[in-house]
Design a protein around this ligand. Sequence first.
Ligand code: GTP
Ligand code: MG
Length: 290
Amino acid sequence: MKSGFCSIVGRPNVGKSTLVNRICGTKVSIVSDKVQTTRTQVRGVLTMRDAQIVFVDTPGILKPRTLLGERTNAAATSALSGGVDVVMVMIDATMPLGKGDRWVAERAPKSSLLVVNKVDVASRRAVLEQLRKASEIGFSEYFPISAETGEGIGPLIDVVLSRLPEGPQYYPDDMIRDVPEAVWVAELVREQLLHVTNEELPHSIACRVVEYEERSGKGPYVRVEILVERESQKPIVIGKGGSVLKEVGTAVRAQLPPGAYVELFVKVAKDWQRSNLLLDRLGYQFPGRD
Ligand SMILES: Nc1nc2c(ncn2[C@@H]2O[C@H](COP(=O)(O)OP(=O)(O)OP(=O)(O)O)[C@@H](O)[C@H]2O)c(=O)[nH]1
Ligand SMILES: [Mg+2]
């Protein structure tokens, strides 16, 4: 049995979570077109007959503006070394290679795999140019892929497999993500809110499950608290006559076992992104800290 951990790091929005979901064949980590969708390390497990790869999705690395930003960056940079067997550095074929990409690349081990994502929407020339620029930084291997369509992913997985040591199976066969069910429902709510809100608001939203009850013969009853930072943000999240919450609730329920009941309510937690205490309570902890 070969087994090990493979982390995926890069700037926000390059498609890290989309890749983990594609490889694992199911939604492991939430995705949106807003930057910094992922806020913690999320593990997705690919189990094969004689190998297991644990993919570690990480928050996009960006210059931090809040305590939350500092913590998400720490969660990402800790996956650049120590405890992982393979590092993938991901860049976006549709965006110029920027300072942020170089910052990440310079801190990644030289043995990292460089992944250029979104080739489905980039010209061949743009992809080649990204590969050329990235090669100046000096990685061990280069992979143009599309996390969306799956193009190029087979060879990438083969190389990860070839780099894994002999090891135990870390997770049971049927485990695909390591996120507890209650946290997962809160993430699904946040994902829907990311889709319907704009500008600064996505960063101001945090979700947590305050009640989770398994009901025999029915799906679970889940009560989710949506936290915003200011009173003025509440009506946007609620929507006219509760329309936004209703839409979010329906979309989340569709992803849960039949009969699931999701209750949503909105609360103000003033400037939670800048409060160590609230960040601890919301589960946005520094890696390695309880
Ligand atoms: N066309 C195209 N879009 C993609 C591809 N991969 C990801 N996207 C889109 O890019 C956006 C960002 O994807 P995510 O997977 O959330 O990106 P991320 O790197 O995890 O972002 P953070 O969590 O914010 O760091 C979403 O709108 C995806 O649908 C791809 O291969 N092709
Ligand atoms: Mg992500």
